[in-house]
Design a protein. Sequence first.
Length: 323
Amino acid sequence: MVGQRIARVMCAASGLMEIPCVDDPAELHKVLSKRPLLLGCDAADLDLALEWAAERYTSLNLVVWTSGNTAAVLRAALQEPRLSSVIGWPSFESMPRPWEIALSVRRILNPQASPPRLSDMLSWGATVVKWRPRSSEERDRAVSEVCHWASRAGAQARIAERLGELAHELLMNAMYDAPVDRRGRPRYSHDRRQNIVLDDSEIPTLRLGTDGERIALQAHDPFGRLRRHDVFEGITRGLSAREGSGGAEQVLDTSRGGAGLGMLKIYTAGAVLLVDVTPSSSTFVTSFYDLDVNPREFRSLPASVHFFERQASAAPADEQSAG
């Protein structure tokens, strides 16, 4: 029944393409086309899915969901670039989040499409607030306002504070680590403690959106320098360090901003992390937090991560400026 529900979502998101839904892998192999585009499966079938992608179907992209620990799937995603979506399945939900499945299908099957607007990923009627901080002072003001608006949206005080910390980390990456000069040399990352004033072409956009069920924070920078390896390597290295030492801060290299301890902070701050990159053009990093989940329970739930990349030749996502 769960498989059929997932197949219906995948079918709708793919433009009503054929979506076989089979329990037995041998039976599935019989009904697949010679060049299948996408395989969705539970983490229990991860090894077989990776084998198929490597040896049988070079055209295959993978979406894997799990209601357990995501570490093994994240390690696999680090090694296999065709595994772009790791979906955490909350145990109290009847199936993985439908909007996540639909998002993965759409972005994988049409990688040249513009990233969806933040309001498109929330329920109809959502409110989106936007900031464009130019200086360190404006960054701090935006972080303070994120805490205020998160509280207005229904977040508990500790959660609003955590979202403020997330906003600070996202803006530090977008303002200090992302900007480069014409020769591709970093402009500000050598000293993340300095006060800076960005040029017009360097200013990032921070958005907070809420539909009453979720709060989303999104940072957009106009450089597109975040790489897939940095995302998955930073997360897996951080999780391994935290599990092995009881404190990731003791062993992680934080010199690369979002690729070090910062990426682990961003990943663990929400239920879903979405990274959408157009190389040398733009980076969107979006984190979703579920307002209906108890904060204690949240810490034990598997978190999702999606990484999508479109070619720089595609048109910029200027519709994002409308929120």
